[in-house]
Design a protein around this ligand. Structure first.
Ligand SMILES: [Zn+2]
Length: 368
């Protein structure tokens, strides 16, 4: 699932066991002190006079004003599970989503094994059962997804990076070349032996029929796996290629509904130019506390500095992704249009879903 076991050779790796829980301990105290020292060092190292201040004011309104201007044409959005929660998509990762609590019946050596490639090759059944259980009954993008599509329609979107595997972006009509699915996708599957590609409908049919997905190519009996990134697999090549080309061009980074705790994805915040404003829309400030390990490897650039007195570019908007995107769209003057799109598209998708429910229940059409 999460690709944090792998990196692109440039991203930092946190030492094992360096989790938030360790912060209260003695070691945690030392780490905090180190963090504070490094923060001071890096803040003073960035000579503010040398940095072009892009935002007229470092506020949500300031970001909106900038987004509206002709100077802002290469927006990158980076999204996590938070953008899909209002669509009823369960968050595969967060403890408390019930997912890991439900795994006992599979007798796994450890809960993470269900997303381990080695384990899947030997025992594909638990993953397939889980995929069936979690398969969304319908695919209805959220207002936040439609806001990303709106950025594209207004000629502002350079690329949308997502950690999500729920494919909701595609249902807004956002072109596939605008989307980078960092942790892969359920849209396609591949045979692990001969690499033959299979469609989302094909894998769904196998999963719902509780059959082990096996390749149908001649002389091949390989196991077929959805193209989501398992532990022990590298992130898609397209991710690294796009990161290399896009991030340096980014003139506004909008971070949506991710806790910024999964690497290498989270470190994208540090790969935009130093002048590029960064807007973070989330329910809380996530993992944006000063992280000394990130700082040592990234030179401090990855850390968002909302509360620093010298902050010239980082803005935090405490809101759900839908609320935050509506507010931003309103300020730019696109809000009415966005609401109309959401209403129209949801109506259309509801009709499709209702029609789908009328169909006789086959494995293919089965909805949960
Ligand atoms: Zn095959």
């Amino acid at each position: 699932m999460e690709g944090e076991k792998k990196d692109d050779g440039k991203s930092p790796k946190k030492p094992e066991g360096k989790e938030e829980g360790a912060q209260g301990t003695q070691a945690g105290g030392a780490i905090d002190a180190l963090a504070a020292g490094l923060s001071k060092y890096f803040t003073s190292a960035v000579k503010l006079d040398d940095v072009e201040k892009v935002l007229s004011e470092v506020t949500f309104e300031g970001v909106a004003k900038y987004l509206k201007s002709d100077k802002c044409t290469n927006v990158i959005t980076m999204a996590g599970a938070g953008i899909s929660t209002s669509a009823g998509i369960p968050d595969f990762r967060s403890p408390g989503s019930g997912l890991y609590d439900n795994l006992q019946k599979y007798n796994l050596p450890d809960p993470m094994a269900i997303f381990s490639i080695q384990y899947f090759i030997e025992h594909p059944e638990p993953f397939c059962h889980l995929a069936k259980e979690l398969w969304p009954g319908h695919f209805k993008p959220t207002p936040c997804h439609y806001f990303v599509k709106q950025l594209h329609e207004k000629g502002k979107l350079l690329r949308h990076y997502t950690q999500n595997i729920d494919t909701l972006e595609h249902y807004t009509g956002l072109p596939a070349d605008k989307i980078v699915e960092a942790h892969g996708t359920f849209r396609t599957s591949h045979c692990l032996t001969c690499q033959k590609e299979f469609s989302q409908d094909w894998i769904k049919e196998k999963i719902f029929a509780e059959e082990t997905p096996t390749c149908d190519a001649e002389d091949c009996v390989g196991l077929v796996k959805p193209d989501i990134v398992f532990f022990g697999e590298k992130l898609p090549d397209r991710y690294f290629k796009c990161v290399e080309e896009d991030l340096k061009k980014c003139d506004l980074l909008i971070i949506l509904g991710t806790s910024l705790s999964v690497q290498p994805f989270a470190s994208l915040t540090g790969r935009v130019p130093t002048k590029t404003p960064r807007l973070y829309i989330n329910l809380d400030k996530g993992n944006t506390n000063v992280d000394p390990f990130m700082m040592l490897f990234m030179g401090g650039g990855a850390t968002l500095n909302f509360d620093d007195e010298n902050n010239y570019r980082d803005v935090f908007k405490q809101a759900t992704c839908d609320e935050g995107c509506y507010s931003l769209s309103d300020l730019v003057g696109w809000g009415k249009e966005l609401r109309q799109t959401v209403e129209k598209e949801h109506k259309r998708l509801d009709a499709e879903i209702a029609e789908d429910k009328q169909k006789p229940k086959t494995a293919k059409g089965a909805s949960k």
